[in-house]
Design a protein around this ligand. Structure first.
Ligand SMILES: CC(C)(COP(=O)(O)OP(=O)(O)OC[C@H]1O[C@@H](n2cnc3c(N)ncnc32)[C@H](O)[C@@H]1OP(=O)(O)O)[C@@H](O)C(=O)NCCC(=O)NCCS
Length: 202
């Protein structure tokens, strides 16, 4: 990959703040699909339509991180805001937190452990909340109120790195009575749901 030409001496100096983080655009789709395949080779290749929803839908957002010298993504995050249906019946109760689902998150191995996934998560959450205030799918009261943000994601039970990451940002694993499996390439994988509140954007 082009970015691998950065020397390891240079890389060791990089901190999360030095990466460029920007919204996915249509010309990134091919590269970000390739990135996802590189990050999770065991997963089915994501179809272009998965990424197209982030280009058009105000309740969905995909951010990519690049080196300043390149347009190629070294990391990405895809999030969506959960659209509640209970707003018609719970007018007298406190507003629920805005729930953000993390659909994909990954950083190339050479760029890990410098806070990039953490920065992407906080940036995406803040950006999506702002975007969602204009989304007709969400009641304005829900998105403009100073409600907290709750993050939700599913992670492979065997992925100790991802589980350590979610623990680091304060999410708790939800124990389910029955094992939680989801359809995966070549069969099913055992997943753990993680969820919890997250502080406002760092
Ligand atoms: C999980 C992943 C996104 C983390 O990316 P990252 O940029 O390295 O994460 P950060 O640097 O923000 O890590 C924050 C904290 O998470 C924890 N963490 C991250 N990777 C870890 C590891 N390999 N072992 C133990 N703890 C780890 C640490 O507490 C870390 O803080 P520290 O570096 O100060 O100790 C990355 O490893 C990855 O892309 N994995 C493959 C794809 C994947 O599994 N995605 C699923 C996520 S749902």
């Amino acid at each position: 990959m082009e970015n691998a030409s950065v020397s390891s001496a240079q890389l060791s100096q990089w901190s999360a703040e030095q990466f460029v983080i920007r919204t996915l655009n249509s010309s990134d789709v091919q590269n970000v699909r390739a990135l996802h395949t590189e990050l999770v080779p065991s997963a089915p290749a994501l179809r272009p339509a998965f990424f197209h929803q982030f280009l058009t839908h105000p309740t969905h957002l995909c951010l990519i991180a690049t080196l300043p010298s390149s347009d190629k993504p070294v990391a990405c995050i895809a999030v969506s805001v959960h659209v509640p249906t209970s707003d018609l019946t719970t007018k007298r109760t406190a507003l629920p937190p805005v729930e953000v689902h993390v659909l994909a998150l990954g950083v190339l191995p050479a760029f890990r452990r410098r806070g990039l996934a953490t920065r992407l998560l906080y940036t995406a959450t803040a950006h999506l909340r702002a975007l969602a205030t204009k989304a007709p799918q969400l009641p304005s009261k829900h998105t403009t109120a100073c409600s907290s943000t709750r993050i939700h994601s599913d992670v492979s039970r065997a992925d100790s790195t991802a589980r350590a990451f979610w623990k680091h940002v304060g999410l708790l694993e939800e124990e389910k009575v029955a094992p939680h499996y989801e359809s995966w390439a070549g069969g099913w994988r055992d997943v753990v749901s993680v969820a919890g509140p997250i502080a406002s954007a760092a």
